[in-house]
Design a binder for this molecule. Structure first.
Ligand SMILES: Cc1cc2nc3c(=O)[nH]c(=O)nc-3n(C[C@H](O)[C@H](O)[C@H](O)COP(=O)(O)OP(=O)(O)OC[C@H]3O[C@@H](n4cnc5c(N)ncnc54)[C@H](O)[C@@H]3O)c2cc1C
Ligand code: SF4
Length: 450
């Protein structure tokens, strides 16, 4: 047993990380599905989308061969509509609410249809929005993730000049550096950022980190308003003995390396345990398997009823051959020569429901030991508490506290996305960016009127 890179051939990597949801093969195939839509009045699929995409409208536009109009309808509500069509957990959003489910029939493949229109728009570089003449106002955004990019696009459309400060070398945030490579490729993420910024008036300063290269005070002085969209940080610590042994890794770092270094460069164990059952845990487990680990086991301290990932995500992990152990919590990592060699696991049972109605796990006193050479920690992420506190921004456990109009306690500083909600989905961050932009525009115009 050992952790090593380059376990598979180039062809195997290519196959393992190929697109999990292939697109329609022809216009005809898209039309057949689009024509199944009932174009419901008061459509539940619109309500289920956090960005309120007018689903029946864009599907109707496909049926009339108005693909440009269809893409415009999607992007108007969600400028990352192309990316969301690949990464959204649609089974619990639009497709999950489609009326066909009530009739026991497969829902309209909304995501696939959305992908059909938006990919055509990106491929053909259709510029579907016009930027108003510059109004002479400048806004700084921290973070070029979904929240920052969505905020930037709305502001730019209104004639505001936007500068984004991004610590990485590429934009897209976790879309580029976090989400599983078999959902979105690095090239797609780069194209999506280029497509969004092609409207003009958005300058991304890469390699610029708030708290290191620039301070919030400087941004407040230089700009009319600031929007914080810097996301959340690394995985939560397990706080167990042996946590610092070699082979105990953070899921976010592990996935970042897969997206950043290339499949053959990322070391992976032979027997891997993944702690957690959220999207990050599933992505870490499936990708460890696809990198060549022979045994991957997901450990979760509650049961299937309480798991944060969707049934579809769980199915992907099971189809990839990952083992699942419910009601299991890591107690101690055991090492040999400084490297993790086994994991002592405590068997749990469900106790009383907590304030949120979820039953809490309680130790049973029973334990077992499993052989492992790698443990991936994916039991939630920690907000950038230091960054928030250093800048004296009101927060709750490191999550930025905002008012109804997205404002923080600092004058002219707004925030949204994962850094506020503690980690949800891309589509929520996009909506947060839109809300932030609307609040900033109101703030800027209130200053003009004074
Ligand atoms: C492993 C993983 C898998 C996921 N899978 C999915 C999925 O399949 N579907 C889905 O919808 N969602 C998924 N998510 C969640 C989704 O990626 C996030 O909710 C979304 O990206 C949040 O957007 P954001 O803009 O708020 O933050 P982020 O995407 O985190 O973007 C924040 C940006 O700010 C930058 N930044 C951070 N600190 C600083 C600083 N000090 N100065 C300057 N820049 C800074 C970062 O580099 C980053 O570019 C996943 C998340 C993870 C971790
Ligand atoms: S709920 Fe389903 S059938 Fe109704 S409009 Fe939405 S996608 Fe079409």
């Amino acid at each position: 047993m050992s952790i090593k890179s380059n376990r598979l051939t180039t062809e195997q990597y290519k196959q393992n990380f190929s697109d999990i949801h292939p697109p329609f093969e022809s216009h005809g195939a898209a039309l057949v599905e689009a024509n199944r839509c009932l174009f419901c009045y008061d459509a539940p699929c619109i309500k289920a989308c956090p960005t309120s995409i007018n689903v029946p409208k864009f599907i109707k536009q496909i049926t009339t061969d108005n693909i440009k109009g269809s893409a415009h309808t999607i992007f108007l509500s969600n400028i990352m509509g192309a990316g969301c069509s690949k990464v959204c957990p649609v089974e619990k959003l639009c497709e999950g609410s489609c009326v066909f489910n009530l009739m026991g029939e497969p829902p309209i493949p909304i995501a696939k249809l959305q992908r059909y229109s938006t990919e055509k728009a990106m491929e053909n570089k259709w510029q579907l929005f016009h930027r108003k003449k510059s109004i002479g106002k400048k806004v700084a955004i921290v973070g070029a993730g979904p929240a920052g990019l969505s905020c930037a696009h709305v502001l730019s459309r209104e004639g505001v000049d936007v500068t984004i400060y991004e610590k990485e070398k590429k934009g897209g945030g976790l879309m580029t550096y976090g989400i599983a490579a078999y959902k979105v490729t690095p090239q797609f993420c780069e194209d999506e950022v280029d497509y969004i910024t092609s409207i003009g008036g958005i300058n991304i300063k890469y390699g610029n980190e708030l708290g290191k290269d620039i301070t919030l005070e400087e941004l407040q002085k230089k700009y009319d308003a600031v929007y914080l969209g810097f996301g959340v940080g690394l995985a939560r610590q397990l706080n167990i003995p042996g946590e610092n042994l070699e082979g105990m890794v953070d899921a976010i770092n592990f996935i970042y390396d897969i997206r950043n270094k290339g499949y053959d460069k990322v070391p992976v164990g032979d027997k891997v345990a993944v702690i957690g059952m959220g999207m990050t845990a599933i992505d870490a487990a499936t990708q460890a398997k696809r990198l060549g680990a022979s045994e991957v086991t997901l450990l979760y301290r509650r049961t299937r009823q309480e798991m944060p990932c969707t049934e579809v995500e769980l199915e992907i992990a099971m189809l990839d051959g990952c083992n699942i152990v419910w009601l299991a919590s890591p107690k101690e990592a055991l090492g040999v020569d400084g490297k993790v060699a086994a994991l002592k696991v405590e068997v749990m049972k469900l106790g009383e429901a907590d304030a949120g109605g979820r039953r809490s796990p309680v130790p049973t006193g029973e334990e077992f030991v499993m052989d492992v050479d790698m443990v991936i920690k994916a039991a939630g992420q920690e907000p950038f508490e230091f960054l928030v506190k250093e800048n004296k921004i009101n927060n709750k456990y490191g999550k930025i506290v905002i008012s109804n109009n997205c404002a923080t306690n600092m004058e002219g500083v707004f925030a949204g996305g994962d850094c506020v909600n503690g980690g949800k989905e891309v589509v929520d961050a996009v909506q947060a960016g839109k809300d932030g932009a609307a609040a900033i525009i109101q703030f800027i115009f209130a200053q003009v009127d004074e």
